[in-house]
Design a protein around this ligand. Structure first.
Ligand SMILES: Nc1ncnc2c1ncn2[C@@H]1O[C@H](COP(=O)(O)OP(=O)(O)OP(=O)(O)O)[C@@H](O)[C@H]1O
Ligand SMILES: [Mg+2]
Length: 363
């Protein structure tokens, strides 16, 4: 062969590549359409008559390998359009800056929290009051505490009153100086007392709402002056297993608050490393409509949190699947990575009030 000779290798475009690949698996398609998104290639496959979509389910891993997918590809039929959609991740979803997500909060949200960025590159936040309770599960090092920091920062910024329960004693100390942080406790006993305190506040809010003829804090806050508005109240627990396995009774009070909290502006966020049925009981699950699964060890763990598998296939830390009552399937997202909590706090300054000398003395 002469050195000047060029060997031309025909590199088909991606649609054609998938079309041929399916053919090599004996799966006949009529068309393959590619829609390129920020982190994902989305392929819509129209199968030929008589080809079952379940055949595609079985070859997803092989497709991922042949198409150099960054993570396990997702595939599902979209019946109304008569297509099978395959989502192939091209690259890592970069974690957004906390400030980017914080600045995108809708103004009319009561208790917004920053979730991160979704697979299409859209910034994601949720209003806790819509849920109102959120369960977060993930194996050790999956990014639970970092995600909780982003929630705490969001809530400090929106003037919520926070009750932080931190059995590991290492995460929330940095917030002790803020006047909106009402308590930071570490033991199961203190957690029980804090939850009971919130329950009493919730009951007293109900009687104020009743007297004012309002059905919720949102309605009440619209009617009264901003000085006497009812701020969101949020209980955040970093390791729920450490609390509930020590004191089962805490769960009863917690569920009482979870059941009725929404109208009174009270929400609960529970995180756990151990998503087992002993830790996340049926009662908890029925009261926590918001679910987040970060990377978990097995499909069984994923099912405890999301009622379906999927989170065991997550590749990167801080990446998770989010589900609530309005979504038919979990949404993939990457959480912000607020490396320097103090710096983030200084940037959301206007809403943040530090405790006075007297507050600190009394707390
Ligand atoms: N969104 C993110 N983007 C990039 N890196 C992240 C993200 N979240 C977490 N990390 C990395 O993962 C490490 C572990 O995160 P984190 O402490 O939140 O895990 P965890 O789930 O709370 O673990 P444990 O259960 O042991 O407490 C962090 O120190 C950080 O380096
Ligand atoms: Mg942690």
């Amino acid at each position: 062969m002469k050195t000047s000779e060029v060997i031309e290798i025909f590199e088909p475009n991606k649609e054609e590549k998938l079309f041929r690949l399916l053919k090599s698996f004996g799966i006949k398609a009529n068309s393959v359409k590619l829609n390129k998104k920020r982190f994902f290639d989305i392929y819509d496959v129209k199968l030929a008559n008589g080809v079952r979509s379940s055949r595609l389910d079985r070859v997803l891993v092989d497709i991922g390998m042949a198409m150099s997918s960054y993570s396990h590809p997702n595939g599902h039929p979209i019946m109304k359009d008569g297509i099978y959609r395959i989502e192939i991740q091209r690259e890592e979803i970069e974690p957004p800056l906390f400030g980017q997500v914080y600045n995108s909060f809708a103004k009319n949200h009561y208790a917004p929290i920053a979730l991160g960025i979704d697979s299409l590159g859209e910034l994601l936040s949720i209003d806790l009051n819509d849920l109102p309770n959120l369960l977060v599960g993930g194996t050790t090092g999956s990014g639970k505490s970092v995600l909780l920091h982003s929630f705490v920062l969001s809530l400090i910024g929106s003037d919520a009153l926070l009750y932080l329960i931190d059995p590991k004693m290492v995460e929330f100390g940095v917030y002790s100086d803020f006047s909106s942080v009402k308590s930071i406790v570490n033991s199961a006993e203190d957690a029980g007392l804090v939850i009971e305190e919130v329950r009493l506040i919730m009951e007293s809010r109900f009687s104020i709402l009743h007297k004012a003829g309002c059905r919720s804090v949102i309605e009440y806050n619209k009617r009264i002056s901003s000085r006497s508005r009812m701020q969101p109240i949020v209980i955040i627990v970093d390791e729920w297993a450490d609390i509930v396995l020590q004191d089962k009774d805490v769960q009863k009070t917690l569920c009482l608050v979870a059941q009725k909290g929404r109208a009174a502006g009270v929400s609960i966020i529970l995180a756990t490393q151990r998503p087992s049925c002993r830790v996340i009981s049926g009662l908890i699950k029925s009261n926590f409509s918001g679910r987040i699964a970060l990377k978990v060890a097995s499909a069984v763990d994923s099912r405890v949190i999301l009622d379906r598998g999927g989170a065991e296939k997550i590749t990167d830390v801080g990446t998770g699947l989010y589900l609530d009552g309005t979504l038919s399937k979990p949404k993939l997202f990457r959480a912000p990575f607020a490396k320097d909590v103090q710096r983030e706090l200084s940037q959301i300054k206007p809403a943040v009030k530090k405790k006075s000398f007297w507050d600190r003395l009394l707390s």
